[in-house]
Every structure is written in C-alpha cells, then in structure tokens.
Design a protein around this ligand. Structure first.
Ligand SMILES: [Zn+2]
Length: 419
C-alpha cells in the first residue's frame, strides 16, 4: 500500500489526474447569507449524501436555492422532495461514471415528477429551483427560473452555469411559450401602454419555467436547463443566489466583491453588496460553495499570469493517455464541459436510449416511476424510450398521466377539445 504524502505539488496532481489515477476528493466549504422580505426564499444544504448507502467513498454534496412566489409551499415541497425524486430514477447498482452520465436525465425526470406531485396538493404557489450536485470535481447544475449559479475558477474566470428563464430576457423561451398557445405581454394599466416586465398569460408569471404554478398555462414547464462541468483539481467557487442578488449584481461583480475570502465572509459580502445599491426590494439569498483541493484547503488568491504560464507548460504537450477520448481539457482553473441541454421537450431530454429497468422486471414510467401494466402480447422487458415509436407515448415508458402532461407542456391539446 502506498503512503499518502503530506503535500502534493500542483503539477504532480495534474499529472496524476491525467493518468486517470484516483485523485483525492476535494474539500467542500460553504456558507449562506440572506435577508428576507417576503420569506419565500429557501436553501437546501446536504453536504454528506451517499450514492451507495453506507459507503463514504461514494459521497456527494447537494446545494440548492429555491425562490418561491405566490406563497412558499412549492419551495418547501420541492426542498423536501426533489432530491429523493431525482435519486429514485437512478438505478442503485451503477458505478460512479454511469451515475454521473445518468444525472442529467435523472434531474429532468426528478423535476417533472416533483412538479406533478406538488400539483396534486392543489396549491397555486410556484418556485424557481437551482439545484447543484457536486461529486468529486464534477458539478451538475439543474435549474428552472432565474436563480443563477455562477462558477469562478482559479485565475478569476467567471462563467454562468444556468440560463435565466425570464420572459423579458429570454427570446427563445418567449417563442416557445407563444408557440405553445400562451400570450406574452406586459400588464396593462388603465388601458394605457404596458408596464413592468414581460409576463405570460394566463397567469401573469414573469418566468417561463418553474415548479408548481398550477394556475398558469401548461407552457410554464418544470423541465430544467442542465449543465455538467468538471473542474480542474485547482478547484473553484460556486455562487448560487436568488434574483434579489442578480437584479443588482452582474456575475462578475458578485464574484469579484468576495474574491479570495472564505465562504462565510463571501456570502455575507455578496448580500451586502447587492443591498448597497438597491436596498431590500425582494428576498435576497446567497449560497457560496468552495470546491477546494484537499491538499490545499484554502482558495489561494491566484496571480493570473503565472498560473496561465504554468498551465500552458503543463498542458502544452498532449498527454499520452489513450483513455482520454474527446475531452477538451484545457488550462488549470479552466473547466471541462461535459454536458449542456436546455430543451423544453421532454422526449429530447429523456432520450432514445434511456433504459429503465426495475428489479421486478416490470416497466416503470420514466417520470413518476409508477409501474406500467404490460402491453398485451408483448414480452415484459426493459424497452428503450421511443424505440418502437410511431406515436411516442405508446412506445415510451410514460404513464397515461405523465403522457398527458407532456403533451400539454408542448402545447398539444387533447383531441376531444376540438369542436
Ligand atoms: Zn408517470
């Protein structure tokens, strides 16, 4: 057995990772800060989850910010149920790589399932969700609404891991809503010109995606934008926050005002900075998560030029690793993009090869996990989604309810409605 050295040089660490050796998991440090105005912002912090129950080597962390509207019940319900709904979709007996690959689709199914089940409660509130899973150096973010997650890597590079589902700014979403039968416009006051941000009608919501909101059109969908990235083992910082922050600070401003400071102080400073310019107009919540090399348990303020030089030297020659297929590994502090998809079409998100098997050999709905009755005459075995598809729902593993919901989200009316 090898002795673990007390300190490993950066170059060694990188070399080790390139040779696909097992590298220490990062240390996760986090803190939240915020001020409530309506009391509809919530934070989920679960730093010690395990993929395989009882096996600490399969640990991962979950962080989320939820910004509720028209009440707080959707935010609370989602906070309590979303993680389980996501995990229930992933088979138990898979390895880490498979689990990371399965996450983007499991997140989609989990969001839709949570929305379906919350709507059965008969509550009208809704919520944004920005849901982050950190496993090793891989960060997977799923989001609906406008609570952003930004990533700052060593060297000060700031990138956005979410997309704002706001009708005012998101042209694509405006087009989708309109195409699905919604109307987009501003509030009309006294018959004059519209005021305030763009909203969609019926409902009058400024967001185009959320969980909950049963009193608005079906075109407000719970299908998340998902992005998965792998950090270099220099680590990075995530700032996840509700729009109370982002309405006054740009991503760069938020990252910059707390750069180099420990998470606890950083979260407070971001909130303070946001309130300084605008005052407390809305619930304002900020969660800072630092993903730090375990060998160097602080985020060092990095001299940019030096780092770039070092990294270009290290990465200058292509490593002789045949396993390292298409990955576009770049400089230290840079990020490898593994996955990004934001389509609101459920079929595209769950994919053709989304194999679902259950231990009992019965088929399950891909979204709600309800067991499906076997089709007459056809053998019971796992079937890939849409594989025999001429009419999608017949071949997919969606139960009748989820299928109806899927059609409604895509703006398809049931045929009976046609007069
Ligand atoms: Zn279902």
């Amino acid at each position: 057995m090898k002795q673990k050295p007390p300190l490993v040089a950066l170059g060694t660490l990188i070399g080790r990772e390139l040779r696909n050796e097992k590298v220490e998991k990062p240390t996760i440090k986090y803190a939240q800060a915020g001020l409530a105005r309506k009391g509809e912002d919530y934070v989920l912090i679960k730093p010690d989850c395990q993929r395989v129950h009882g096996d600490p080597s399969t640990s991962f962390s979950v962080f989320a910010v939820l910004d509720g509207h028209n009440g707080n019940s959707a935010a609370i319900y989602t906070k309590e149920n979303l993680l389980n709904n996501v995990l229930s979709v992933v088979p138990q007996d898979i390895g880490r790589e498979e689990w990371l690959n399965a996450l983007p689709r499991a997140l989609v199914a989990g969001f839709v399932k949570t929305d379906n089940e919350f709507q059965k409660e008969g509550e009208t509130s809704g919520t944004t969700v920005t849901f982050v899973i950190i496993d090793g150096w891989t960060v997977t973010v799923a989001s609906v609404g406008d609570s952003r997650c930004i990533l700052e890597t060593q060297g000060g590079e700031v990138s956005l891991l979410t997309v704002d589902h706001r009708l005012e700014e998101n042209v694509k979403e405006r087009e989708r809503v309109t195409a699905s039968g919604g109307e987009v416009g501003r509030l009309n006051v006294y018959g004059g010109s519209g005021v305030g941000p763009l909203r969609c009608w019926p409902g009058g919501l400024c967001l185009s995606r959320s969980i909950g909101d049963m009193d608005v059109g079906d075109f407000i969908v719970p299908i998340p934008h998902v992005k998965q990235v792998k950090l270099s083992n220099a680590g990075g910082r995530l700032i996840i926050a509700s729009d109370g922050i982002w309405d006054s600070l740009s991503s760069d401003m938020a990252a910059q005002c707390c750069r180099g400071l420990p998470a606890e102080l950083a979260a407070k400073l971001v909130v303070k900075e946001a309130l300084r310019s605008r005052g407390l107009k809305d619930d304002t919540t900020c969660l800072v998560v630092d993903i730090i090399p375990s060998d160097h348990p602080v985020l060092p303020p990095t001299p940019k030029e030096k780092q770039t030089l070092l990294s270009s030297r290290i990465f200058g020659k292509r490593f002789e690793n045949p396993i390292n297929k298409s990955s576009k590994l770049s400089a230290v502090g840079a990020v490898e993009e593994l996955f990004e998809e934001g389509s609101a079409i459920l079929a595209e998100r769950l994919g053709k090869d989304f194999l679902l098997s259950s231990n009992s050999g019965l088929l399950k709905c891909a979204v709600c996990q309800v067991e499906l009755p076997p089709t007459e005459g056809s053998p019971i075995k796992p079937v890939s989604l849409y594989s025999r598809a001429s009419k999608p729902c017949e071949a997919t593993l969606l139960c009748a309810n989820c299928c109806k919901k899927k059609d409604a989200m895509e703006g398809k009316r049931p045929p009976a409605v046609a007069a």
